[in-house]
Design a protein around this ligand. Structure first.
Ligand code: ADP
Length: 446
């Protein structure tokens, strides 16, 4: 087992990783930018190293600076968390060269799944159903239009290097193709310095249902059931839950088998997520794979009573997986609490938290790095806490979530708590009747 793990991340996920390391008796090193001196992940780690100024490019995204911190502290493994360098194959490769264990999949696996077109080709070869589409990069507007006609409108243009909902444009008819193409390319270039665009059939009103998988170094892959992430705003997840209200035992078996097949096809090592779109007839299509721990992983932890970070560390240390697929024993739901103003188009609201009281009580879990007096820096992701509730049924879980949201006090910055309170009261949400378009015409204002 590892002696000391350096956590190449910040915020709640860094803290989450430190907690598991503590329980496993592994020493921890936090890295931080000058903007994060006061973050709890810095205080709770055994050692902390300042790696640079606030800009991510000179701190959390700087491979040389992180490797220098590894060397100074003599860490023998690195946990990348999510975001930043978590899906950077070059970083995983540098770790390999330096003899430092990267807690995650191999560089080849990251590379293969990181490029969405290659990922889809790999899945087609493994006989996993994928969203129908162009199959490769689009050359130009005329070629794109020709293919769109073949695929059939509506279609969606997507960046092959995409993430976080960026570089995506839905096109309903040919007249709109060119302008959508231009914006998708511009956004892709600006966000990923890669303007490669491909096309998919736009699945109307689908559910986003993903499967958590775990693979060890010996080729064994299991799944830990699904998470429904259909509650999205601009292709970004706001609420996740398990079981999906749309799930049946039969569909879970089919999708779970496909997810395991997907993992086996690349001999996947570590924890990963296979994302599917599911249409109203319960046809499902592979969309992409995330080769890291995800923001919403606590939902799975709560329904099957399993520590996913611990599992990642054990797998990286060469331990085999024991047992088979896992199925939900409870209902769990996560609300992402962002420092954003729902009354003003969710614009970021950084600044000092003057008063903070986290929800508590039976079945309530809050993962956060903030506290009263903490100042949210403007440089990073606006998520400041994850509120996760667990109960025997979905109905009880929603009631618990309503209670927990009412109890959550964050004064200073505006937060998305009020949005979640409204959502929990929505009749269709309560019925489980929603899809990825649900928030398109939702009234977010108080
Ligand atoms: P990203 O990596 O940027 O998060 P994804 O490929 O995971 O992008 O897609 C994000 C969301 O966009 C999905 O959850 C879904 O709501 C929507 N989406 C993506 N592809 C399609 C499609 N072919 N049809 C309908 N919706 C889609």
């Amino acid at each position: 087992m590892f002696n000391k793990i350096l956590i190449a991340n910040r915020g709640e996920i860094a803290l989450r990783i430190i907690r598991t390391c503590r329980e496993m008796g592994i020493k921890t090193v936090a890295v931080y930018s000058t903007a994060d001196r006061e973050s709890l992940h810095v205080r709770f780690a055994d050692e902390a190293v300042c790696i640079g100024p606030p800009q991510s490019s000179e701190s959390y995204l700087s491979i040389p600076r992180i490797m220098a911190a590894v060397e100074i502290t003599n860490a023998d493994a690195v946990h990348p968390g999510y975001g930043f360098l978590a899906e950077n194959a070059d970083f995983a490769e540098v770790c390999l060269e330096y003899g430092i264990k990267f807690i995650g999949p191999t560089p080849e696996q990251i590379r293969k799944m990181g490029d969405k077109i290659t990922a889809k080709e790999t899945m087609i070869a493994a006989q996993v159903p994928v969203v129908p589409g162009s199959g490769g990069l689009l050359q130009d507007v005329p070629a794109g239009k020709k293919q769109a006609k073949e695929v059939g409108y509506p279609i969606i243009l997507k960046a092959t290097a995409g993430g976080g909902g960026k570089g995506m444009r839905i096109v309903w008819k040919e007249e709109d193709f060119e302008s959508a193409w231009n914006t998708a390319r511009m956004e892709a270039k600006a966000s990923f310095s890669n303007d490669g665009i491909y096309m998919e059939k736009y699945i109307e009103e689908p559910r986003h249902i993903e499967f958590q998988i775990v693979g060890d170094q010996y080729g064994k892959v299991i799944h830990l059931s699904e998470r429904d992430c259909s509650i999205q705003r601009r292709h970004q997840k706001l609420v996740e839950e398990c079981p999906s209200p749309f799930m049946t035992d039969e569909l879970r078996e089919k999708m779970g088998n496909a997810a395991v097949k997907a993992g086996e096809a690349i001999k996947y090592e570590g924890v990963g997520t296979i994302e599917f779109l599911v249409d109203k007839y319960r046809n499902f299509y592979f969309m992409e794979m995330n080769t890291r721990i995800q923001v919403e992983h606590p939902v799975t932890e709560e329904v099957i009573d399993f520590d996913l970070i611990k599992e990642q560390i054990k797998i990286a240390a060469g331990e085999p997986i024991t047992g088979g697929n896992r199925y939900p024993q409870m209902h769990a739901m996560e609300c992402r609490i962002n420092a954003e103003d729902p009354n003003f188009d969710f614009r970021p609201s950084p600044g000092k938290i003057t008063s903070f009281h986290s929800s508590k009580g039976h079945g309530v879990r809050v993962d956060t790095h903030v506290y009263a007096g903490y100042t949210i820096p403007p440089y990073y992701d606006s998520m400041i806490a994850k509120l996760i509730c667990r109960a025997r049924t979905r109905e009880e879980c929603i009631r618990k979530m309503e209670r927990a949201l009412d109890e959550f006090i964050i004064e200073g910055p505006k937060t998305t708590v009020s949005f979640h309170q409204k959502l929990m009261k929505d009749e269709n949400f309560r019925k489980g009747d929603f899809n990825t378009s649900f928030l398109n015409d939702f009234n977010f204002k108080d």
